[in-house]
Ligand binder design. Structure first.
Ligand code: PFF
Length: 454
């Protein structure tokens, strides 16, 4: 999408914003983060944070882009020159996080592609279905070249789509495939919830035992909310920049946040009954989805077919999220260097990211000695990036929003005169932006630092 164009319809925005929000974060990352943080109490805290801290920042980022008609680098630079302080560094921080996240996201998307190919081979060569169940994450993790190759394929496809034009191609795909994915998730959910382990799972997920929370849990919840709602990356600023200033975005932000949260909850309801009834002992590591689901499906009637379609849809969701990340980098680059053609800047970004991909892809071999408290590079990267740097970038977004928009501008963008609740919502939102979001972020980071040294 060129910088001057705008959303073709509200539906285009919903599809792309929800598409960017709902990805591996919901189906792959959320379940094992819930496992790591003890279940029910964490889920309660997560939902609360998503609908307070997350929603507040989502609206602020959309409005920031909408007001300036530009992406985060340009916006932060303007604030920096107005205030004569280096606020543009926050813009660069966001962009670096986006680039590293895309590299790491491409590797995980490559894992999905790997499973997809295995299901495809099993389905078409009528191989023994136990073959899929036996693919262990361990052996894939050791095969760095394969991970790099799969990540490159994923990245290449993302670049081609972004070059072709963001909304044109993708929008049609998602429109036709989202309902299929929804249907699939519901069928699997029904199957999963009919397992004997369901009562234990419901207790684990919805009975809040606060003693299971750790010092780091608040930071993990904030980090994951930012990751899943695509906050702190500048993505929502870029999406907001495609809106005209007479649109009111809070309602749209609310719908995106609710849909994303519901999908995360469905994901844990899908994964945990299977995980509880399988032999998998640990619910807390990144291989949870990849080991549990194929094992379950290999024992089910038509499981291979389900697996094939499920992993295909999961990969499309990952692709869509990757496109959101790449679009953010490309849009920032085009605004910074208007002489660069959009297609050129997408290719340059793609190559730069491919280079970063080497680190997560080779984390099991070349970088296997890079360890922190027993965790490998990919987990350390995930933790620092999502639980540490992303909330700091989010704090930067809060500061920039507060400095860049005057009270009058903010009110004009937020308040919809046709909505009776809009005025009162505005004062809640402003309070949350000024006080709740910064305090939660600072507390979350401080508690993680304490837990690190404990
Ligand atoms: N929200 C995505 C997920 O949950 O998988 C990750 C993501 C996509 C973050 C796009 C940022 C972004 F721009």
């Amino acid at each position: 999408m060129s910088k001057k164009s705008s959303w073709r319809s509200r539906l285009s925005f919903y599809l792309l914003a929800i598409g960017s929000a709902c990805g591996l974060g919901n189906l792959w990352r959320f379940p094992y983060i819930v496992g790591e943080n003890g279940g029910g109490a964490f889920i309660l805290m997560y939902v609360f944070i998503a609908l307070t801290v997350g929603l507040t920042l989502l609206i602020a980022e959309l409005m920031l882009g909408q007001y300036f008609g530009a992406s985060i680098l340009v916006v932060s630079k303007r604030v920096a020159s107005q205030q004569k302080k280096p606020y543009h560094l926050f813009g660069w921080l966001s962009l670096c996080i986006t680039a590293v996240t895309l590299a790491y996201y491409s590797v995980i998307s490559g894992w999905v592609l790997h499973y997809l190919v295995q299901f495809l081979m099993t389905a078409f060569h009528s191989l023994d279905s136990s073959g899929v169940a036996q693919i262990s994450m361990g052996s894939l993790y050791q095969n760095s070249w394969l991970q790099f190759l799969l990540a490159s394929v994923h990245l290449l496809i993302s670049v081609v789509i972004v070059v072709k034009g963001f909304s044109d191609g993708v929008e049609r795909w998602i429109t036709s495939l989202l309902p299929l994915f929804g249907l699939l998730v519901i069928i699997l959910l029904v199957k999963s919830l009919s397992l004997d382990s369901t009562p234990d799972v419901l207790r684990f997920l919805f009975y809040p035992d606060f003693s299971k929370l750790t010092w780091a849990s608040l930071g993990h919840a904030i980090g994951h909310v930012f990751f899943t709602l695509s906050l702190g990356f500048g993505t929502m600023v870029t999406f907001g920049s495609y809106f005209k200033t007479d649109e009111h975005l809070p309602g749209m932000g609310f719908r995106v946040a609710v849909v994303d949260t519901v999908i995360s909850l469905l994901a844990v309801l899908l994964i945990f009954p299977i995980a509880f009834s399988s032999s998998k002992e640990t619910l807390t590591d990144p291989s949870l989805l990849f080991e549990v689901l194929p094992q379950f499906l290999s024992k089910e009637k038509s499981g291979m077919f389900f697996g094939l379609v499920f992993f295909f849809c999961l990969w499309l969701a990952a692709l869509n999220a990757s496109i959101g990340l790449l679009e953010t980098i490309t849009a920032n680059l085009v605004e910074k260097r208007p002489d660069l053609k959009r297609s050129r800047s997408a290719w340059i970004s793609g190559f730069a990211i491919l280079f970063i991909t080497v680190f997560p892809a080779f984390s099991g071999t070349l970088f296997k000695n890079v360890k922190l408290k027993g965790h490998g590079l990919i987990e350390v990267l995930d933790s620092f990036l999502i639980n540490g740097f992303l909330p700091i970038a989010g704090l930067g977004m809060v500061i920039i929003s507060l400095l860049a928009l005057s009270e009058i501008d903010r009110k004009k963008l937020f308040i919809n005169e046709n909505s009776p609740t809009s005025h009162s919502m505005y004062s809640h939102w402003k309070f949350s932006l000024k006080w709740v979001v910064p305090s939660a972020i600072i507390l979350g980071i401080a508690l993680q630092v304490i837990s690190f040294f404990l």
